[in-house]
Design a protein around this ligand. Structure first.
Ligand code: AMP
Length: 364
C-alpha cells in the first residue's frame, strides 16, 4: 500500500513513521530538500502546485495531506488517479476561516461572533457591532497565531489593517475563555466515528505549548457537546481520517475556534497515551482498514519544544519522557519537537511537568 502525503513537515514525518510500522510505503511531496519527512519517506522534491510532483506519486494507492491549504488543482488531478482523503471539499473549506465559520453556523454550532472584513470600512463597522477587544484574522494561511492581530482600540485596528493590507480577513469578538480544549476523532470510510479523550491545551503567543488529555467522561455534558460538534462536522464533510476541532470553553459551554481535517499537534500525546495513535488511525481510515481503539492508556501530557532545543540528555532525564525531534533548524517560533510524558498516577505526571515545562522554556 503506497500512501502519498502532500506536505513534508513534522506531521508527514510522524504519519510516515506510522505508515512504515503498518507496512505501508509513504511518499511525500515537499519543495524543501530538508523537509522533516524526507528522512523517513520517498521524497518528491516539488511544490504542491507542480504537476511533475503529482505525476511522481500517480502510482500511489491513496493520497492525504498534512496541510490545510492544498492547491485545488493538485487535489483534482490526484483525485483522478486515487482516492484523496479527508476529501477535496473539506480541503477548500477548512483553512478558510470565513467558510469554516459559516459551515459551523449552518450546522448550529456556536463560534465566536464574527464579521467578514475586506476593507477598513468593514473593519470599523465590525468593531461597532462586536465591540473591543476583538481579533482580526486573515482568512487563509493563518495558524499558530500567524496573521492575527489583537485589537484593543480603533488605532490598533487602523494599524492592523495596514499590515493585513487588503488580504481577506475576518473580525472575531474576543472570547474570555476559561480554557482551550480540542477534540480529535477519526472517521472510517463507512462513517464509523471514534473519539480520543478531549485535550486541554495551553497556548503561548498563539502557539500550542502544552496539551493534556482529560479523563474521558461519557456523562459530562461539555464533553458530549464537543463530541456532537465533531460528529456533525465530520458527517457534513464526509471526512475520512482524523478530524480535529479546537474549542474555547467559556461559562460551561464550548465555542468552536478552528477545524483541521488532519492529524493535529494537540493529538501528539496519542502516540504514547492511547491504544492507537492519531497517525495510525488516520492511515487505517484512509486505507479502508478497521479503526484501532482510541482508549487512553494512563496519565499523559505533551510539551512542545519551540524556538530552541534544551539538551537531549536533560529532556530524557525527566521521568516518563519520550522525546520526539523533527530534525529542523532552530528559529524563533518554530516547532522543533515535543516531549510526551507518561506516568503511573496523576501526581507523578504533575512532578514530571514541573520539570519538563520550564525546561522547554514554557511557563508552568
Ligand atoms: P488560532 O490561530 O485562531 O487558533 O488562534 C491562536 C490562539 O489565539 C488561540 O488558541 C487562542 O489562545 C487565541 N485566540 C484566537 N482567537 C481568539 C478569540 N476570538 N478570543 C480569545 N482568544 C483567541
Amino acid at each position: 500500500m503506497k500512501v502519498a502525503i502532500l506536505g513534508g513537515g513534522q506531521l508527514a514525518r510522524m504519519l510516515s513513521m506510522a505508515a512504515h510500522r503498518l507496512g505501508m510505503e509513504p511518499f511525500v511531496i515537499d519543495p524543501k530538500p530538508d523537509a522533516p519527512a524526507a528522512a523517513v519517506a520517498h521524497h518528491v522534491l516539488a511544490s504542491l502546485d507542480d504537476p511533475a510532483g503529482w505525476k511522481a506519486v500517480a502510482h500511489c494507492d491513496v493520497a492525504t495531506a498534512e496541510l490545510d491549504h492544498v492547491p485545488p488543482r493538485a487535489l483534482d488531478w490526484l483525485g483522478l488517479h486515487m482516492p484523496v482523503h479527508p476529501c477535496p471539499s473539506a480541503f477548500g473549506l477548512v483553512g478558510d476561516r470565513l467558510r469554516e465559520k459559516r459551515l459551523l453556523a449552518e450546522l448550529g454550532i456556536e463560534t465566536a461572533p464574527f464579521r467578514p472584513v475586506d476593507s477598513l470600512e468593514d473593519l470599523l463597522h465590525g468593531i461597532d457591532e462586536l465591540g473591543l477587544p476583538a481579533v482580526l484574522k486573515t482568512r487563509f494561511e493563518g495558524y499558530d497565531g500567524k496573521g492575527q492581530h489583537l485589537l484593543r482600540s480603533v488605532e490598533d485596528a487602523r494599524r492592523a489593517w495596514q499590515e493585513v493590507d487588503g488580504t481577506p480577513a475576518i473580525l472575531e469578538g474576543w472570547i474570555p475563555f476559561d480554557r482551550e480544549v480540542s477534540m480529535l476523532g477519526v472517521r472510517s470510510m463507512g462513517g464509523e466515528l471514534r473519539f480520543w479523550a478531549p485535550v486541554e491545551n495551553r497556548h503561548e503567543s498563539g502557539i500550542l505549548r502544552v496539551s493534556r488529555p482529560l479523563e474521558m467522561d461519557p456523562d459530562d455534558p461539555i464533553q458530549e457537546q464537543g463530541r456532537r460538534a465533531l460528529a456533525s462536522v465530520a458527517d457534513a464533510l464526509r471526512c475520512v481520517g482524523v478530524l480535529t476541532v479546537e474549542f474555547f470553553e467559556v461559562d460551561g459551554r464550548l465555542l468552536v475556534n478552528e477545524l483541521a481535517c488532519r492529524v493535529h499537534n494537540s493529538g501528539h500525546w496519542t502516540e504514547e497515551g492511547a491504544e492507537t495513535s492519531q497517525f495510525e488511525n488516520h492511515l487505517l481510515a484512509i486505507t479502508g482498514l478497521p479503526l484501532g481503539s482510541t482508549r487512553s492508556t494512563g496519565p499523559t501530557a505533551m510539551v512542545n519544544l519551540i524556538g530552541d532545543l534544551p539538551g537531549r540528555a536533560s529532556l530524557l532525564s525527566v521521568p516518563g519522557a519520550r522525546v520526539h525531534l523533527y530534525g529542523k533548524t532552530p528559529a524563533p517560533g518554530r516547532k522543533l519537537g515535543h516531549v510526551t510524558l507518561r506516568a503511573s498516577e496523576p501526581a507523578a505526571l504533575e512532578r514530571a511537568l514541573d520539570v519538563a515545562v520550564p525546561m522547554a522554556g514554557a511557563s508552568r
